[in-house]
Ligand binder design. Structure first.
Ligand code: UDP
Ligand code: MG
Length: 330
């Protein structure tokens, strides 16, 4: 019997846990009709891996309670909040399934799409990702910003990231193994999925609204994620800094020749103080920007050279000694 693991990162999701578990429970025995084929979900063995990512509410107690009655529930408790990306890596490390499915705890990813993902998985696809047709109840400005971010990112890098595709996806063991080999601490998962490659297949769905609680991502966090995305994915901003430096120098040189000729032919009185200030300020700004860009990359080098693991485990199920990942997978 093939085993499939749901990976569910949770940060302050106490209000959603019970409902999610009910949905998962119902789902795991339901029969679906996919492309004219009957898909019985009970022919798989299921694992519901909850990763508690440093919640400050009683999320952990809730999932531990669930595990008492339902041994398909497994609980990985991280020592503090490491962020969703690291929590998902932890999930992939500890998941025991032949395939894993990433879902959010807030029920925004509809389980009804999962059978179709499995359908394609059984036909040889390693990465079946959900593509959002609508984005649920999100502010207009967030939608616009997200779209322009993707457009910018794709223009900057060679490997394409797909817009409206998130973490909601089914990954075959092979793809999971590939992803867990990428141990960078500053993870931009959307880029990593594309980077590892494998056979990909798209499944369209409508994103629901958050069930309870509020989104963990506000504007500043999203901006950080965007900068993170760009700097971990491509070094082209450095190239842009070089090119704009070249362009500015070129303009300055042309202007210098012009001034020289003008002074020699007509003679020149000292003038143009405002222009001077403008140019100085503009160049100063450009230099600071370029320095900032370089700084971003140096910061990343600094963080990665420390070679710290991306997350720390406090306990796995009932065990308080951190089990070695290899043992868990057996
Ligand atoms: N999450 C997490 N750690 C964090 C932030 C979020 O594990 O530091 C989880 C959260 O519990 C949820 C998922 O990541 O299951 C998506 O978070 P959220 O719903 O806040 O994001 P959005 O849907 O707004 O993108
Ligand atoms: Mg959400």
């Amino acid at each position: 019997m093939k085993k499939i693991s749901f990976i569910i990162p949770c940060h302050n999701e106490a209000e959603n846990i019970d409902r999610l578990h009910r949905e998962l429970d119902r789902f795991s025995t339901a029969v679906y009709d996919v492309n004219g084929e009957k898909m019985d979900m009970s022919r798989f063995e299921w694992e519901f891996l909850f990763i508690n990512d440093g919640s400050t509410d009683n999320t952990l107690e809730k999932v531990r309670q669930l595990r008492k009655d339902d041994k398909r529930v497994t609980v990985l408790n991280l020592t503090r909040n490491f962020g969703k990306e690291s929590a998902m890596l932890a999930g992939m490390d500890y998941a025991g399934g032949d395939a894993v499915i990433n879902i959010d705890a807030d029920l925004q990813d509809p389980l009804d799409v999962v059978p179709e993902m499995i359908y394609w998985w059984e036909r040889g696809y390693d990465d079946v990702y959900g593509k959002r047709l609508s984005r649920g109840k999100e502010s207009h400005i967030r939608k616009v910003l997200t779209m322009s971010f993707y457009r910018m990112l794709n223009r900057m890098s060679d490997i394409e990231t797909l817009p409206n595709v998130g973490d909601f996806r089914l990954l075959d063991r092979r793809a999971v193994r590939a992803l867990t080999q990428l141990r960078e601490t500053q993870r931009y998962m959307k880029g990593l999925y594309c980077w590892v490659g494998f056979n990909k297949k798209e499944v369209a769905f409508d994103r629901a609204d958050r069930e309870a609680g509020k989104s963990n991502f506000h504007f500043v966090k999203l901006l950080n994620l965007a900068i993170e995305g760009i700097t971990s994915y491509t070094t082209s901003p450095l190239r842009y800094a070089t090119v704009s430096g070249l362009l500015v120098s070129l303009c300055a040189f042309v202007y210098l020749i012009y001034m020289l000729v003008k002074t020699l032919v007509w003679g020149e009185v000292v003038a143009g103080f405002p222009t001077l200030i403008c140019v100085i300020l503009f160049l100063g700004g450009m230099q600071l920007l370029a320095l900032g860009i370089i700084g971003e990359y140096i910061g990343r080098i600094f963080n990665e050279t420390k070679g710290r693991p991306p997350y720390m485990v406090e306990s796995y199920n009932e065990e308080r000694d951190i089990p070695i990942i290899e043992d868990v997978k057996e």
